[in-house]
Design a protein around this ligand. Structure first.
Ligand code: FAD
Ligand code: SF4
Ligand code: SF4
Length: 477
């Protein structure tokens, strides 16, 4: 039966059920269960159908949230899914891993007083249902165009661009140095947030829709960018950011002090059934170890929660600010706390102890000082406040920067942060016909922003290719 809208006064917010801590500590399955149809309808009906929907304004994709909520409440699921898929290439991914508390849900007008509508959970439910019922079909462009676009990077930015270009009939070829499609969605983000099957089922559809992939191909090493420029009518750089920020201090070069992504990639590959010698040897396996993760963002949360699941003896997260100043999503911090991670707030590493491998971290207490120009409070060490934590494995999760010598192209202009410089009106880089999108342009960000950038880049590449075709036609007259 269709639900009447504006039910937020009568009906309380209910997020999908979370698996119990004892159960989820021992496996890598997603921790949130999916809504049932009735729950999705009842929760959608809490929406007050705002004239100016702030949820939509604060969604990087401008998703038409009130409309899909109303259709869900009315039981018109296929139409609801069509509306959600019209603006988002990966709604089932965003529904799972967007930090909704900072985006759509955090800006829902009923949040103050009644708790927001569960937008992410409904979005996920719609696309999972669409897959189950066979509504999601491969792309079938109305026309096929001869021009081709070479895309470097099979992460969300490159994939969203490829889909949009295929819809317009262009030939899309994606090059990636990994052996699987998905970028950080497959090898960075752990399965307890995003099960790998979600990406693998999309991969099949992308191929059926005519997107071609050349995997195990490192552009700049295996093939030059200039060669791709010759092969294609336009090129899109969507290579993400992978250079781990480093730790300094005595002992920071000791064995068993590992960058976060190396640790997470090994865990994800192992989960996918790959042979991972560094995992089998125990180097990248936290089982039975005292683990200290340094950092306070979402990557750090993914590392501590991975260590818990691998059976670590103890897991501590060392962060130099306090809980209120964590850059990561509060939902993920709470999940980590529930799973038994111990947070050592206001503490920073000073030195690493050990000889053959790390055996401890000497840390110092910090306090928050005056806000700096950006408004963020500075952190200062408290003299004489040293303490030591036992550690057999230290994971560095301090953030990422772009790699040096991007795709081996020295004429590609970069900003002072090393990200690729683009003209924001055209998304074109300093190289004619070469565009860029995603983390490689904005720095480490979110999947939803990568999708947005990929879609925008595709629209600009279309304009560019149209103008090139028009110019050739004029020249031929
Ligand atoms: P990527 O996803 O990094 O994809 C880039 C692709 O380019 C990769 O496949 C790479 O192999 C390929 N590539 C790079 N260089 C070359 C080359 N020279 N030749 C060929 N291929 C190349 N975001 C969220 O929204 N929610 C989260 O919960 C979340 N959790 C995260 C957890 C971790 C551990 C990390 C590291 C990131 C997380 N993010 C999260 C951020 C999100 O994953 C990224 O913002 C997003 O994936 C960026 O997309 P992208 O397409 O720009 O780059
Ligand atoms: Fe919210 Fe992300 Fe979905 Fe937008 S894409 S509606 S921000 S969950
Ligand atoms: Fe509905 Fe909240 Fe969006 Fe308003 S802001 S339309 S109540 S989801």
């Amino acid at each position: 039966m269709p639900e009447r809208m504006l039910q937020f006064v009568r009906v309380a917010q209910q997020q999908p059920e979370k698996r119990s801590v004892p159960e989820r500590r021992h496996d890598f399955a997603e921790i949130y269960r999916s809504f049932e149809q009735r729950q999705a309808a009842v929760q959608s009906a809490r929406c007050s159908q705002c004239g100016v929907p702030f949820c939509q304004v604060h969604c990087p994709l401008g998703n038409n949230i009130p409309d899909w909520l109303k259709l869900t409440a009315e039981g018109r699921l296929e139409e609801a899914w069509e509306v959600s898929a019209a603006t988002n290439n990966l709604p089932e991914v965003c529904g799972r891993i967007c930090p909704q508390d900072r985006l759509c849900e955090g800006n829902c007008v009923i949040e103050k007083g009644f708790e927001s509508v569960t937008i992410g959970a409904v979005e996920r439910y719609l696309t999972d249902t669409a897959f189950e019922r066979g509504w999601v079909k491969p792309i079938r462009p109305r026309i096929e165009r001869p021009q081709s676009v070479g895309i470097i990077g099979a992460g969300p930015a490159g994939l969203a661009a490829a889909e949009q270009l295929r819809h317009l009939g262009y030939q899309a070829m994606i090059y990636d140095r990994y052996d699987r499609v998905g970028g950080l969605m497959i090898y960075g983000i752990p399965s307890f947030k995003l099960e790998k099957e979600i990406i693998l089922r999309r991969w099949k559809l992308w191929e059926e829709g005519g997107i071609r992939f050349q995997l195990n191909c490192d552009v700049g090493r295996d093939i030059a960018l200039s060669e791709l420029q010759d092969r294609h009518d336009a090129v899109l750089l969507a290579t993400g950011v992978y250079k781990a920020r480093e730790l300094g201090g005595p002992g920071s070069g000791l064995p068993c002090i590992i960058p976060a992504l190396r640790y997470l990639i090994a865990s994800n590959r192992q989960g996918l059934g790959d042979d991972v010698p560094d995992f089998t040897s125990g180097l990248l396996n936290a089982a039975g170890k005292n683990v200290v993760v340094i950092g306070g963002g979402d990557t750090a949360m993914d590392c501590v929660r991975t260590a818990v699941r691998q059976g670590a003896r103890s897991v501590k997260c060392l962060y130099r600010r306090d809980r209120a100043n964590m850059p990561g999503s509060m939902r993920e911090v709470s999940n980590a706390e529930e799973e038994g991670v111990e947070f050592v707030w206001l503490a920073a590493p000073e030195a690493f102890l050990g000889s053959d491998g790390v055996s401890g971290v000497r840390a110092t207490r910090m306090h928050l000082g005056m806000p700096d120009a950006s408004g963020r409070q500075s952190v200062e060490p408290l003299p004489g406040s040293h303490f030591t934590l036992a550690a057999d494995l230290v994971v560095k999760a301090l953030g990422f920067d772009p790699e040096d010598g991007l795709v081996g192209e020295k004429d590609l202009e970069v900003t002072r942060w090393g990200t690729v410089r683009i003209n924001y009106r055209t998304f074109m880089t300093s190289l004619p016909g070469v565009f860029a999108a995603g983390d490689i342009v904005r720095g480490a960000s979110l999947v939803v922003w990568a999708i947005r950038d990929g879609r925008d880049a595709a629209a600009h590449i279309h304009n560019y290719l149209q103008s090139q075709t028009a110019a050739i036609a004029v020249a031929a007259e």
